[in-house]
Design a protein around this ligand. Structure first.
Ligand SMILES: Cc1cc2nc3c(=O)[nH]c(=O)nc-3n(C[C@H](O)[C@H](O)[C@H](O)COP(=O)(O)OP(=O)(O)OC[C@H]3O[C@@H](n4cnc5c(N)ncnc54)[C@H](O)[C@@H]3O)c2cc1C
Length: 481
């Protein structure tokens, strides 16, 4: 099929109200959460069934036109920025739960199901879906699978990869396959694990079999205040060294707390340089013992103040502040870059001190809010896009922080994917043989490289166009990242 025959062919497959081609209708799909970059797709297919997705992929493969799966577009690494002139397959309308078995603790869902909706469905049965990205009220399970997303409670329970038992997938060449199944016991290589985290480069997940876990009987949550950020980081290393396994360990620095306070009045201590939030969960007696040991470690770690959540309402308020922190930072700065890197947990304090020093040296404010238990860092690099060169200077600092993560033995992404944003750093983390192996895997599934090309494995590909300035931006009235 010729490229120019693709749209008419899609027109025979998808009703016209679900095949978007007009510029105004395409505009919302031009960028994702990394709003600095955009590209205009040729068309958007609002898919309502697996068959529509499969046929769209097959047509794209035949016409050699790139396509890209899209969930809610909350990617912060540009993973869901479309390929210029390609096809976006939007999956939000595929949001049905296909099977729910509370006894086997399994749910089979379509990719457009929102993360939090799985927990809402399972809650009456005392079950929930453990991976909880801060975007969980909007992001989709398909996007979570593509990025192997994490969240506050992934420290204890593991990332998305630990909760996906099986997949039905259409590969980039149009082949439909089932990977994994209903249990963790599978024969052969872990192909489900291979697909999870592949950032849409292997194809599109059509059905996802999720593992559900029992809701803990009790939670105990403590908020510890510190006079400096490094001490909070070092406290995390001590908890891990002691062999404790809390449900979550999160750190917020002063800037992040200020933002969250302004947004939701979470009640964070007004003068602390940083807070560490630690939550134990499980059966009553086990939590009581673990919490006792935890409090002793925190008291010995130099915490200036410790506050235990008195009830569910207070616990919910602490978490609400933490989960809204990314978006709340918009109250402190017109623009910011959300960076995502990882360091070995024993070096967390050292990494935080180095980031503070870099922030001072560049004269750029950095807010920190992150899943500390995983060694995850999310420095939010604040800048004002109305100032000439400010975005570029922020990018330089963001790159220095990523290189710090690599130098300390960590990774260039904890959970937000490589996408467009970090593909230039892939070769600093992996050697040529490693990257070639990833490319050969991709080529086996998508020989013509039509599935989300230009991301992750292709550092030399052209960046899509950066946003031109809106007249209101030029006038200094609004600004955006
Ligand atoms: C305020 C905020 C907080 C966030 N907090 C977290 C956090 O705590 N942890 C975390 O991990 N992330 C976080 N994120 C990033 C993001 O929400 C997650 O990575 C999420 O998993 C993306 O889901 P989505 O549905 O929006 O995917 P999209 O952004 O639409 O797509 C992301 C990638 O997945 C691919 N994709 C989507 N659906 C499929 C499919 N069915 N098959 C194959 N590929 C597919 C896309 O092609 C793209 O490459 C946050 C983002 C925001 C804006």
């Amino acid at each position: 099929m010729h490229r120019e025959d693709l749209l008419p062919a899609l027109g025979r497959l998808i009703p016209s109200d679900r095949l978007l081609t007009r510029p105004g209708a395409l505009a919302p799909y031009e960028s994702d959460g990394l709003t600095s970059y955009r590209a205009r797709p040729r068309a958007v297919v609002l898919a309502e069934s697996a068959d529509e997705v499969i046929e769209t992929v097959r047509l794209c493969h035949e016409a050699r036109v790139p396509f890209m799966a899209r969930g809610s577009g909350t990617s912060l690494s540009g993973g869901a920025v479309p390929v210029e002139d390609g096809i976006v397959i939007a999956l939000n309308r595929m949001n049905r739960v296909l099977r729910f078995d509370p006894v086997a603790r399994v749910a089979v869902v379509e990719p457009g199901v929102v993360n939090l909706a799985v927990t809402a469905m399972a809650a009456p049965h005392g079950l929930y879906y453990a991976p909880d990205p801060s975007s969980q009220s909007v992001c989709t399970i398909g996007g979570n699978v593509a990025f192997n997303s994490g969240g506050a409670h992934c420290f204890r329970h593991g990332m998305t990869a630990n909760h996906v038992l099986g997949l039905r997938v259409v590969l980039g060449d149009g082949t439909v396959v089932r990977l994994g199944g209903d249990s963790l016991e599978q024969a052969g290589p872990d192909l489900t694990g291979l697909f999870v985290g592949s950032e849409g480069l292997f194809g599109v997940a059509l059905e996802i079999t999720l593992r559900l876990v029992a809701r803990p009987a009790v939670y105990r949550t403590v908020l510890a205040a510190y006079d400096n950020l490094q001490a909070a980081g070092d406290a995390v290393s001590r908890v891990i060294e002691a062999g404790l396994l809390p449900g979550a360990m999160e750190i917020m620095d002063r800037l992040a707390m200020d933002a969250a306070e302004a947004a939701v009045h979470a009640g964070y201590p007004p003068r602390a340089a940083a807070v560490l939030i630690v939550e134990c969960e499980g059966e009553d007696a086990q939590v009581a013992a673990e919490f006792h040991a935890l409090m002793q470690i925190i008291a010995a770690s130099g915490a200036a103040h410790m506050h235990v959540a008195a009830d569910d309402e207070e616990r919910a308020r602490i978490w609400k502040g933490r989960k809204c922190a990314f978006s709340a930072v918009g109250r402190l700065s017109p623009d910011f870059i959300v960076q995502d890197g990882v360091v070995p947990r024993a070096r967390l304090g050292e990494a935080l001190a180095a980031i503070e020093a870099m922030s001072r040296a560049h004269g750029i404010r950095v807010a920190n809010v992150f899943h500390a238990g995983d060694g995850n860092l999310h420095p939010l690099i604040l800048y004002d896009g109305r100032e000439a060169g400010a975005h570029d200077r922020a990018e330089v600092l963001a790159a220095e922080i990523l290189r710090l993560c690599i130098r300390l033995g960590g990774s260039i992404t904890g959970e937000h994917g490589v996408g467009l944003e970090k593909r230039a750093f892939l070769s600093e983390m992996y050697d040529a043989g490693d990257i070639d192996c990833m490319r050969r895997l991709r080529d086996a599934m998508d020989p013509h490289r039509v599935a989300n090309p230009g991301k992750k494995l292709e550092p030399s590909a052209e960046m899509p166009a950066s946003h031109g300035m809106h007249p209101l931006e030029r006038a200094g009235v609004i600004s955006r990242a």
